[in-house]
Each structure stands twice: as C-alpha cells, then as structure tokens.
Write a protein that binds this ligand. Structure first.
Ligand code: SF4
Length: 384
C-alpha cells in the first residue's frame, strides 16, 4: 500500500497548472486538524497492509512551516505503521530549499525530494507564473547536495511559451552539476481550468509547434540516456534504478490511500476521490464525516487500467493478457500487437508486450485501440 497526502496550498498559481490548489494559505490552520481527522477515520481503509511509500504532494507541501509539517508527519505515524526503508517523498519548490528546512525534512524521515524546477530560464519562469527564479533553483540544488540527499527528482517541462531548444540544452547542462537521480520531463499540455487554457481561448498563448516539442523530447531522452538515465516511463527517467517507487506502484495497480482534498484512493476493486473543495472538506471532517465519491470498477475498467498503466512503463504488460483477456472480455488482440511491432511502436520480450519510445508518442491511439468497452453484467462484453 502507498499513502499520498495532498497539501492544497501554493504561493501563487502557475499558469499551466490544473492540479487542485489554492494560491493562499489562509485556511492552513483549519486544514491541518481536518487532515488529522481524515487520517484517523481512514485507518481501516486498506485493512492490515503496511504502507511501503509515502508521498506528500500538492499543491506545495514545502510551503508548510517546519512545525506544520512535523504535525502532519506525527499524525501519519500515529495512525499508520511505516516500516524502516519506506520511500518518503516530499514535493518541494526551489525557494523552500533552505538549509534549515532541508535538515528538518531529513530529520522527519523524508528521503526523497521531488523539485519543481521546470526550466532555469528567468524569462520563461516569469511567463509561466512560477514563484521562483533560476538563481533560487541553482542555490536550492546546491543546498540539497550539501544536505546529503541522495534521491532527488527534478521536474522539467518542454514546449513552454517563449522556450526554445537552446534553453533546454542549457537546463540539462546545469543539471549535470548536481546529483540528480531522477527526472520527470513533461511536454506541456493545456490543463482544464488553468490560466493557459483561458489565454489559449482568448488567442493570447503562443506555443512552440507540437512537432518541434516532440522532436525535442526525443533529443532530451537520447541525451539523458548518454548520461546514464533509463527512460522507464513515458515521462520519467532514472539513474541507477532510482525509479519512483511510489508512482511505480500506481502504474502496477497497487492499492493506495489518498488523504486531503481531491486525493484519490484505490483498493483494487473501487476508486474513490475526496471533495475538491477545501471548505467542504474541512467542514465535513470537523463533523467526523468523510466526504468522497466512489466508483466500483468493472472488469472492463480494470482491464483498461492495466493496459494504460502498465504500457506506460518499460516493463510493459503480459502478452497473454491480450491473447486471453481476463473473463474473456475481448477477442484475441495479437494481430493488433503484431501491427504495433511491425511499426516499431512496440516489442515482445520475455513474454511481455512493451511499447518503444516511438510507441509512447502514439500511446493515446494505442490505448484507445486496445481498450474494451462493456458493462460488468454483460459477461463476454464487446470490443470496440
Ligand atoms: S505547479 Fe505546483 S506550485 Fe505551481 S500551482 Fe501547481 S501545484 Fe502549485
């Protein structure tokens, strides 16, 4: 089992961001007791399983003061038994990477940092609404190295407005100076509800051409591989097998518990998601009531999720799942798989069907072609 905690506060709202977070911390005081109450009420969610990973995301968890973070961690320990060796990730923004915070996070047990750098170009950082500068990012990474963190992930985004390939090469050169073990490299998408969505609708957003960004992504991937990184998931690269254990468990459909507004949970049979309204979340938990929606997963949902999540990774999916789908819900799909292999979009290795990098770039098409539709009561179902 994995535990995710969503901290819904940010200093300001980045223009590309569609995650649930508020550019204000006025409700922090009220949020923390509600979160503690949720932890208490959810102790039974996954029975007796032991958490193997902990991830504090958001929002900006590093925006919490040290005493606030201590409070969250102490409540987590009160309600869940994290064994020695648990991967404990904290998402952090560069402006929070100060020696005292880094030392306190380590003392609280965080052994992995995920840092939202996005780019080291000040003009682009400003254009996308980030609250930090390139100098802060560099100084922050120096402090991370000095504090002795060994498992450090950095986020970069390609295809940002005002960005060109030269910026990205400069970003990679700079990152070479630091002991970064993991990189998440995203191609900009326009998230619903984001500032960019509004700017695009108003004709005020000018982005690099999509083909250029795709070509750049492939070049970045080559460059990272030359530097010893494995491209182990569509958007993720790791050195010395420093894979994100937490996210890998999502891709392997392992159960997880999500705490905090908008957080999702999964127990293998159903998925549930908390209210995305902070005030509703706080008011409800103050009355001792969990506030979430729930969906039972059908055999079709589970099959489709297996296809979509496992094929995102370099470990791929079991070939036989496409030959004899569980419950016989789809016809044999081997002909389709052979077509992908002929196009160099996939390969078959050790009984597994694995997408190549070229396949990942057309993965939306592949997923939709492999998905099955139907309802749980229809037995054999139908394939579309
Ligand atoms: S990208 Fe991160 S820091 Fe920026 S608004 Fe979204 S959650 Fe907050």
């Amino acid at each position: 089992m994995s535990v995710y905690v969503h901290i819904p506060f940010c200093r300001s709202k980045c223009h590309y961001c569609g995650f649930y977070s508020l550019a204000s911390s006025t409700r922090k005081e009220a949020f923390l007791p509600a979160l503690e109450r949720e932890m208490e009420l959810r102790t039974a969610y996954l029975g007796k399983t032991v958490p193997e990973t902990l991830y504090l995301g958001g929002g900006t968890p590093s925006f919490l003061s040290i005493p606030e973070l201590e409070r969250v961690v102490s409540a987590l320990h009160k309600h869940y038994a994290f064994p020695v060796g648990t991967e404990r990730t904290l998402e952090a923004n560069p402006e929070d990477l100060t020696p005292d915070r880094l030392g306190a996070w380590k003392a609280l047990g965080f052994n992995r940092l995920s840092i939202g750098i996005q780019t080291f170009d000040d003009a682009v950082l400003k254009r996308i609404g980030r609250s930090h500068s390139a100098a802060q990012a560099i100084a922050g990474l120096e402090q991370v190295a000095a504090a002795g963190y060994e498992n450090v992930s950095v986020d970069l985004i390609l295809g940002l407005p005002g960005s060109a390939s030269a910026h990205v090469w400069a970003d990679l050169e700079l990152l070479d100076r630091f002991p970064v073990s993991h990189l998440s490299v995203y191609m900009l998408g326009i998230d619903p509800g984001s500032v960019f969505e509004k700017q695009q609708a108003a004709g005020k957003l000018s982005l690099p051409a999509e083909e250029e960004t795709v070509a750049l992504f492939l070049h970045v991937s080559e460059r990272l591989k030359e530097r010893g990184f494995e491209h182990y998931e569509i958007s993720n690269f790791a050195r010395n097998q420093a894979y994100s254990r937490h996210n890998t468990r999502y891709w392997q459909q392992k159960p997880y518990l999500g705490l905090g507004p908008s957080a999702h949970s999964y127990d293998g049979a159903s998925r549930q998601w908390n209210s995305s309204r902070l005030n509703t979340y706080i008011d409800s938990l103050n009355k001792g009531i969990l506030i979430f929606e729930r969906e039972e997963l059908t055999c079709f949902d589970r099959y489709n999720e297996y296809v979509m999540t496992s094929l995102r990774t370099m470990w791929g999916a079991e070939w036989d799942v496409f030959k004899n789908t569980p419950g016989d819900i789809a016809p044999n799909q081997e002909e389709r798989l052979a077509f992908y292999i002929e196009n160099d979009w996939a390969k078959k290795e050790a009984g597994r069907f694995i997408l190549t990098e070229a396949g990942w770039l057309v993965s939306d098409r592949i997923f939709s072609e492999l998905f099955v539709v139907g309802d749980a009561a229809s037995g054999g179902g139908k394939k579309e």
